[in-house]
Design a protein around this ligand. Sequence first.
Ligand code: ADP
Ligand code: MG
Length: 259
Amino acid sequence: MSLFRAEGLVKRFGGLLATDHVDLAVERGEIHALIGPNGAGKSTLVNLISGLLAADAGRVVLDGVDLTALAPHQRSRHGLARCFQITSVFRNDSVRDNLMLAVQAQSGSSFRCLARRDAEHALQQRAEALAQRVGLTEMLDRNAGTLPHGVQKRLDVALALASRPRLLLLDEPMAGMGPEDSAQMVALIRSLASETAILLIEHDMDAVFELADRISVLVYGKVLTSGDAAHVRGHPEVQSVYLGTEAPAPLTRRREAVR
Ligand code: ADP
Ligand code: MG
């Protein structure tokens, strides 16, 4: 049984069918990339999966549990986490406080049975472990708002990891990054695959082909095809469709050219 299944998901915005009966499975341990041209419906699909948007039809199932009727925070308790946009970071708080808040928000009652000081200590330890996980140990006492963009993105990932997800949704984690930060993010995402499955939306094709075990191509709200990198590269419709109205270009071209 797949870890995660979206079944027949539909989302309409007025007359626009943004998500057109999408079926998608993510296996345990898998990094599954979702690619497609701008406006294909990638973010809408992630929003349907995380519960930020309600689907007009279809189901979202994680580990056999139907999450369709649940709110985002309830889905997160079942092991579904999404990487929020930068705005979810409390910019005036330290990295440590951001992480402690995230851990506390996700911990339910598990710290409540401890005495106050022990609870605080346990929260701090978990926050520090998360910082270490994403390479932010040196920056625990920095104000989150003062961190460079690439580092904030890694904090964002750490905040999502606070809920110990089984499926992590990443919507363009490399957006706006230079090559160095991108390379660090690629390494981080790869290292996460041992603890959580990942659904990765990313425009950086170098990163997608480097990371993904499987790639699904979304076009006009529909899954055009799904398969490994070789399958997607060789698919007759993918190259022209993925690049929309631009002249077809090989999907292997360098990331600078893709931007
Ligand atoms: P992608 O992430 O692949 O670029 P989106 O999911 O953001 O695509 O958008 C898919 C389509 O749905 C686009 O045509 C977009 O304009 C439309 N859309 C997205 N969100 C909304 C919304 N809240 N209201 C109306 N239309 C929307
Ligand atoms: Mg998008």
